[in-house]
Design a protein around this ligand. Structure first.
Ligand SMILES: Cc1ncc(COP(=O)(O)O)c(C=O)c1O
Length: 377
């Protein structure tokens, strides 16, 4: 008798697409027939929807989450000689978007519980560095960073807070939506995000009319009137096709988020019941709506566990194996192993499990049981 191993990938976008195929095609096919792919009506419509959803006054679409960050720094007119405090425990774009325009990232360690920038260490970094004009927390894995102390420290030092909310659409900090708390919020609609398109796109949110005006020009080579350029910007429009897809997907975002939250809660209760020796995602009291872009556990013998799960047909991912301060491209900043120990430890222990909305109850039990079985051996 042959037994087939259950397959539980890290993410199953085909399963998601099957549930909304007709609605998305009804929106996209007329667009394809019209062949009007640049800055069509779907762009403004999506921007309005995202502004409303994130409780922001303005939302400006662009080509990716990485560009959303880049545009935010351009709008603040930061560049060579300027510094921004950020977390080393994030996707590369968090620091890459700074370095790309000559801004120096100043890496400050994370709080090991929330895995987000530790506000207690930010003040010290501000004392040690001159020319820090902004603090950039990341709402990692869909859980809010501790914003109030960051805002307070920033305002005392004449700096602003820019939120990397790429993984956190709909997440809340003390009831306030991430991305609308600092001066600007930067979102990614990369397919694997909670709200993901059919390719790359992103958005910047803000409550500041002047910044919104600059952002809207910065993505169009520095001008909104054709062939008239007030400053040097970039070509970073949001694709109309992506906007059309995302507009449809937004209708389902809350239901998908609730399914992610249910899946996360189920894993946590299964691991507790089984007494599995892994660190579970902590939800700080100020994280009033964690949206679980990832469900990330801390595990002893992490790499062995990952291989064990792969052999059982379970997809996992290591977000992130090498913290940003130890990346080769930032070697000249002078950080060494041991400088930011919490981030370095997490990079050795973190493993993200499948948490996508379409998982079944059986899938969750299957994944949790195989994690537990690995340690029971
Ligand atoms: C925290 C974080 N910042 C920035 C980005 C960049 O977004 P994108 O991939 O859309 O450029 C991502 C996406 O992977 C991310 O996770």
């Amino acid at each position: 008798m042959t037994t087939t191993t259950r397959q539980v990938p890290l993410l199953d976008l085909v399963a998601q697409h099957a549930t909304i195929r007709e609605q998305v095609l009804a929106e996209v096919l007329p667009l394809i027939d019209s062949q009007r792919f640049i800055m069509g009506p779907a762009v403004g419509e999506l921007e309005c929807k995202v502004a409303g959803y994130t409780q922001s006054r303005y939302a400006i679409g662009c080509a990716s989450g990485s560009d959303a960050l880049l545009l935010a720094w351009m709008a603040l007119e930061l560049g060579p000689g300027d510094k921004v405090i950020t977390t080393p425990y994030s996707f590369f774009a968090t620091a890459g978007s700074l370095a790309r325009i000559g801004i120096e990232p100043v890496f400050v360690d994370i709080d090991p519980l929330t895995m987000n920038l530790d506000p207690n260490q930010v003040e010290d970094a501000l004392r040690r560095h001159r020319n820090v004009w902004a603090i950039q927390p990341v709402h990692l894995f869909g859980g809010a960073a501790d914003m109030d102390p960051l805002l307070e420290i920033a305002s005392r030092h004449g700096a602003v807070v820019v939120e990397d909310a790429a993984q956190a659409i709909g997440a809340e900090y003390k009831g306030r939506r991430c991305g609308a708390i600092g001066a600007m919020g930067c979102f990614s609609f990369y397919p694997g995000k909670n709200l993901g398109g059919w390719g790359d796109s992103g958005m910047v949110t803000t409550n500041d009319a002047a910044l919104a005006g600059v952002l809207a020009k910065a993505r169009l080579h520095g001008g909104r009137t054709k062939y008239i350029h007030e400053f040097v910007g970039v070509n970073s429009r949001i694709d109309t096709l992506q906007a059309a897809v995302l507009k449809v997907k937004m209708q389902f975002l809350d239901a998908w988020t609730e399914a992610r939250q249910r899946n996360a809660a189920r894993y946590t209760s299964l691991f507790r019941e089984m007494n599995t020796p892994v660190g579970l995602p902590a939800i700080a009291p100020y994280q009033t709506r964690h949206v679980f872009n990832q469900y990330t556990i801390r595990c002893p013998r992490r790499d062995e566990l990952k291989s064990h799960l792969a052999a059982q047909g379970i997809g996992t991912e290591i977000y992130y194996p090498l913290p940003l301060h130890l990346q080769e491209c930032f070697a000249d900043l002078g950080y060494q192993k041991g400088h930011l120990p919490e981030s370095e430890r997490l990079a050795e222990e973190a493993l993200s499990l499948p948490v996508y909305p379409e998982l079944t109850g059986e899938d969750l039990v299957y994944v949790a049981s195989h994690v537990n079985a690995f340690y029971a051996k």
